[in-house]
Design a protein around this ligand. Structure first.
Ligand SMILES: Cc1ncc(COP(=O)(O)O)c(C=O)c1O
Length: 386
């Protein structure tokens, strides 16, 4: 009997985060598992999409993205991150940053080469490295401030290292990498000729004066960084699937080839509307961060009162917690208890670690939700007897 699941597909599991959303629906829970907003996206962007469909932007766009969107991407990147790129040769529009990440890794990494990944990590990075045949090399982010050990990181770089994946602001920890940390990473990348693939999807969601620094803006890193982003989080449009990779022309040439054969392109009318999003009044961004601060500051004390040990996030929209003291056998059992008995869906910590045991006392909450939704979760959590 032939085995029809490939070795690659068999070597990772279905997404735990997306699975939790399905379990949550079954139990009519409050979904604090999957990071998507339950509030409306900005009206002007939705109207731009409707106009684009009516104006018949309904066929394939140029494979690597509409000219208007690529220009809006580079203009905004220059404004916010201080680095200029050529929209003609240095941008690839993809189906979300999810595709931008896998297309970038497939474009630069050969089977057997190593990719450094900070752990805990956004769960897609594990399968991403497997799908491109890479050997992931995990570097621990240490609690409570999620710092890395410079010695450990230095030792991980070898001649066989092709890339390092960085995510700042970080999911699931809420860490925002400092200039000193980024400089340390940048110096290692330059010393070893390693490409940094940085996922900056939460770049505008920052708290308590934290500042986002793009790795590409560090001296020497413009041509050694692939910066990934999308409209999903900044404009509350996770379902549109519009993201991009910004990189020097020789890297972009490879990314564009992989992207073309993976998906051909991101939805054309939504790319037109995304260009409108990226040109919105700049006051939009601090207002977005302020709304998230309010949600974070609502949820943190709720969790503490329910007995969770929390890690205060400086960015992104997640709260990582420690639940070891509740005495459950592991994080998965705990998460199922919460969704089935309390009615609140979360993500078991093990889905952010290479070895489940490393995350077995952790649970992640997300808060891109209306205050009314968070209040409903708070009511339910009051009933939780840890
Ligand atoms: C760090 C990170 N990168 C990428 C994604 C997925 O982004 P997109 O919707 O652009 O594919 C997420 C979604 O939660 C995320 O947290």
């Amino acid at each position: 009997m032939k085995e029809y699941s490939s070795d690659r597909a068999s070597s990772f599991t279905e997404s735990v985060i997306r699975d939790m959303t399905r379990v949550c629906l079954r139990h009519q829970g409050v979904n604090l598992a999957q990071g998507f907003p339950d509030f409306p996206a900005p009206a002007e962007i939705k109207e731009a999409a409707i106009r684009a469909i009516s104006a018949d932007f309904n066929q394939y766009a140029i494979t690597w993205g509409t000219p208007a969107l690529r220009k809006a991407i580079t203009d905004k990147f220059t404004w916010y991150n201080g680095v200029s790129y050529d929209p003609e040769k240095e941008v690839t529009v993809c189906c979300g940053s999810t595709e931008a990440m896998i297309a970038s890794l497939m474009a630069i990494v050969n089977p057997g080469e190593e990719v450094i990944v900070f752990e805990p990590f956004y769960e897609n990075y594990g399968p991403d490295t497997i799908l491109c045949g890479a050997r992931p090399r995990f570097i621990t982010l240490h609690e409570p401030d999620w710092h890395f050990d410079p010695q450990e990181l230095s030792r991980a770089f070898t001649n066989n290292t092709k890339a390092i994946i960085l995510n700042t602001p970080n999911n699931p920890t809420g860490k925002v990498f400092s200039y000193e940390e980024l400089k340390f990473i940048a110096d290692l990348c330059m010393k070893w000729g390693v490409i940094a693939v940085t996922d900056e999807i939460y770049e505008h969601i920052l708290y308590d004066g934290a500042k986002h620094i793009s790795l590409a803006s560090l001296p020497g890193m413009r041509d050694q960084t692939i910066t990934i982003n999308s409209i999903s989080k900044t404009y509350s449009l996770t379902g549109w699937r519009v993201g991009w990779a910004i990189a020097a022309a020789h890297l972009t040439a490879s990314i564009r080839k992989v992207h073309d054969f993976l998906t051909v392109g991101s939805p054309h009318p939504l790319q037109e509307a995304a260009a409108t999003a990226l040109q919105m009044d700049r006051r939009y961004y601090p207002a977005l961060a302020e709304e998230y601060r309010e949600r974070r500051d609502f949820l943190m004390p709720v969790l503490e009162e329910a007995g969770f040990r929390i890690y205060r996030p400086n960015g992104a929209y997640y709260i990582m917690t420690d639940v070891g003291h509740f005495g459950f056998p592991d994080d998965v059992k705990f998460a199922f208890h919460l969704v089935e008995k309390v009615g609140v869906a979360t993500v078991p910590g093990s889905s952010f670690y290479s070895k489940p045991s490393l995350g077995s006392t952790k649970i992640r909450f997300c808060f891109p939700k209306k205050l009314e939704t968070l209040r409903k979760a708070a009511e339910r959590l009051k009933a939780f007897k840890g």
